[in-house]
Write a protein that binds this ligand. Structure first.
Ligand SMILES: [Zn+2]
Length: 248
């Protein structure tokens, strides 16, 4: 069993007496438009997919037990406001949620937490970094926007033209293919937009960036196989960080 909230309280008590160190994984995402073809929960689904794989991979580990916390499906998401479906919370709310969740767990003897985030609006990433700094215990962020992590991911991801494109759509196809509207996906022309550059130039919504259907990149080229390969890399990155946190 790898889901924290699937356990009953005596099982949680038993974890505290276990020789294996428990590291908790907190999947973070957003509820946000992801093109006409992919679900609003794309980012949450991706974070959850990484966490579940890592926890399963560590199930028989001698030193570490990883458990997946219930995901946080809301984030700071404003760039897609021109489209229906986005549900944004403020930076202060996100920060308080993360800090309070980590405090609550640390107080019970679970100070080791890894945040796994797949929603890259700069305000989200900045807030999570601040929350990590403010949290008690050993709280770390798997920060895929950092160069040493990004360089291991796909060309589209590194190009920054990766909102609901080939990278993200492939990951959804790997885990919940029924949620990708195939006909729409196949009809979408590729749209290369350097989002980090656009954001640095002061653009803060998809329409201004030229994303008139709430996506960029090449969703029509997405495949479940690529998604599975990317999940593999993401899982390795997470396991490396879990081992680091467990050693603290
Ligand atoms: Zn996304």
């Amino acid at each position: 069993m790898t889901e924290f909230a699937d356990l009953a309280y005596p099982d949680i008590g038993a974890l505290l007496k276990d020789e294996r160190r428990t590291v908790l994984l907190l999947p973070l995402g957003a509820t946000e438009p992801h093109g006409p073809h992919a679900p609003l929960k794309t980012d949450t689904l991706i974070s959850l997919g990484i966490c579940e794989r890592a926890a399963e991979r560590l199930e028989d580990d001698r030193d570490i037990r990883a458990l997946v916390l219930p995901p946080l499906p809301y984030g700071v998401t404003r760039y897609g406001a021109a489209f229906p479906g986005g549900v944004s919370i403020s930076e202060a709310t996100l920060r308080a949620l993360v800090v309070e969740i980590s405090r609550s767990l640390a107080a019970q003897g679970f100070p080791r937490i890894v945040l796994v985030n797949s929603h890259f609006e700069p305000e989200q990433v900045r807030t999570l970094r601040e929350a990590v700094a403010e949290s008690e215990g050993v709280v770390r962020l798997l920060d895929l926007t950092r160069r040493q992590n990004a360089k291991r991911l796909t060309d589209e991801f590194r190009s920054g033209s990766c909102h609901a494109g080939r990278y993200e759509t492939s990951l959804v196809l790997a885990d919940e293919p029924a949620l990708v509207r195939r006909q729409r996906m196949e009809s979408l022309e590729s749209k290369m937009i350097d989002m980090p550059a656009a954001i640095a130039a002061g653009q803060t919504d998809f329409m201004a960036m030229g994303m008139d259907r709430a996506y960029c990149g090449a969703p029509a080229e997405a495949t479940a196989e690529e998604g599975e390969r990317t999940f593999e890399t993401l899982t390795e990155l997470l396991i490396d960080l879990v081992r680091e946190v467990a050693a603290c």
